[in-house]
Structure formats: structure tokens, C-alpha cells
Design a protein around this ligand. Sequence first.
Ligand code: FE2
Ligand code: FE2
Length: 372
Amino acid sequence: MRTYLRSPSRTAAHASPARQLPCQVVTVSGQMSQELAQIIGFAAHPTVHSIENIDHAFDSDDEIVLFDLDLALGAAVAAVREALATHRDRPKRLIFIVDPNRRAPRFQAGVLGASTVLPRPLQLSQLRDALQPRPAGMHEDIKLTPQQERYFGTSSAAMELVNKLAQGMGDASPGALKHEARELMASFDALGLEGWLHTMRAHHDATFQHCLIVTGTATAFARHLGFHDSDVERLTLGALLHDVGKARIPLSILEKPGPLNAMEEKIMRTHPRLGADILTSAGDFDQELMDIVLHHHELLDGAGYPDGLSGDEISDVVRLTTICDVFGALMERRSYKPPMARDQAFAVLVDMGPKLDQLLVKAFKPIALETH
Ligand SMILES: [Fe+2]
Ligand SMILES: [Fe+2]
């Protein structure tokens, strides 16, 4: 499919197979970057391809392709996208090295289907972990039907717009976001909650997966409660945007595969306020949306954040979103945790007692257990 083959693939022929890195590396030049060479150069001799020769990486029998590219470069992204489409029959684990302080490349890696995103500066231990064979039960990828793949694409488009909003890019207007919310509702109606959860769990980016699972759950709940279409749409959009503030939280905290320490937790807890700031600077978003973004971590007993609201200070629409948010977090599939069973997840909501609106939790039961 590619007609230009300017630089040949460089294979370190002298490397013994035992010391060969178990992956193919793609860089802009076909040479390892200094950073990557410093980390792994002494230990192994990877096969490195230039972006023009990306097809060679996919033709290889190695399961992993490691990208050391600047994903802010449109041409690089286009080449990766084209190679993924051409080699659909040879699915690979994709590892991208990105600058954690730049949201666009990180998000782009997620949209391209990254199995792992490694932050710069690169750590050898993280790279080693990423190159490990997957543990039993994690090896098989989630299989999607063509219909599910189509809706996966719709979701990617919606999240791309959310990302643009977070970056203050003008084309993420409230009107465009409402349009995406309607598209998501249509996708959701076609898939149902179970199909939706399955589809979104196929995405490796934790924030992407979370936002879309909460969105589908909120759509299902609003439909079940008999909301008018316009109200379902408002709630769907609120759920889609509820964590937009996470766009400004460092990747090392967002993707940490374990509990956060006190300082990291403090930073994480700034995301509702950051999200509200993003909406304020974008302008033209209604108060209800602002309320969802700012207050979805408030709890009825006053133990939530950022404002420590309690009881009647928390609106119905926020209470409803909070239930979907907690349920969504439990339903997520992460590399270190499988999704919780639905009945167990519902039991967690019940166990939270006075923190949540238990009348709403009761109304949510048929959604949680999918008996509606
Ligand atoms: Fe949140
Ligand atoms: Fe959330």
C-alpha cells in the first residue's frame, strides 16, 4: 500500500535471539531515539523501522509494536492509522511513548488503540513490564462485531471532541457536543447496556473507557426512568463531560495501577473544579451541565468534594450521575482488575447507604442487574 520506501529497515543482525527485544520499534528516522537507546541499548538490540517502513513492523511475528514517535505530527498518526487498517488481520499490542504533559499525543495514542502508554522520561522497569507476556486470562483481546466496531468509532469521535473542549479548541462547541451526545444515544440504543459495556471495555485508555461506560449507564438509567429524549440527551452529554477536568491531571496519576498516595489523591480531587473551569472558559454550557461536572463527587452525607455539599444542596441530576459514575468505575476493565460482577457492583451502591440517594439506587437496580 505504501509506494515510498526511502530508508530500509535496520535489523541488528549481530544480536543473539535471546537478547533480541521482543518487539518491533517504529521511529521517525528508523534509528532509536537517544532516550530509548539509553534505556534498552545495553540490554538488547531491537528491530527498528522508520515510519515509512511501518508495514515491516506489522509483518513481523512479534506481538508488540513499540512507537517512539511524536503523535502531535499528523503525518505520523496518518501512517499508523493506515498501517492499522491494512494489517487488521494481524492484531498487535501497541505501545506508545508519550510526553505525559501533552494531552493531545496521549489521547491520540488512546484513539489509535494503545495497549500501553509509557510516559517520558522512560523508565526501564515500566518498559520491561509493558513487554511482559500478558498474564493468563488477559491475552485474548476483546472481539467486536462490525456493528460494535462502528459504534466504537462513534465513541472515539465523541471523546476526540471532549479532548478538543479540554484544550480550548474552537470546534468543540456546545452544539457539536450535543450532536455527539445524540449519536451516542443512537449507538447505545442499538447495542444495549451489555453490548455497550463490552464494546467500551475493548478500549485500553482508562479515561476513555470510564467516560463512555458512565455515559452508556446514564443513558440507560434516564431511559428507564422515562425521561423525554431532550432530557436523556442532556444527561448523556453531562455524563460524557463529567470527567473533562481529568484532561489536566498528569498521566502518571490517572493511569497509576494502584492506590494513589495522599498528594496524588489531592491532585486527582482537583478534576471537578478543573472541569468546571474548562466549561466556563468555553462558555455557553448550561448550569445543569456545570453542576454535573463540578459536583459529581459530592455525597449526600457531606463527605464528598470539592465543596462538601450535603442533602438538598445536591441536585437530582447530580445524584443520578454520581450513581452511574460509581457503577461505571466498578464495571471497568483495567489491566490489573477485571470488571466487577453486576450484582456485586449493585451491592456496593447499596452499601454506600446515606452517601447516595438510596431511592434512586433502588430505581437503578433493574439497570444494574439488567432485569428491566
Ligand atoms: Fe470524576
Ligand atoms: Fe468519573
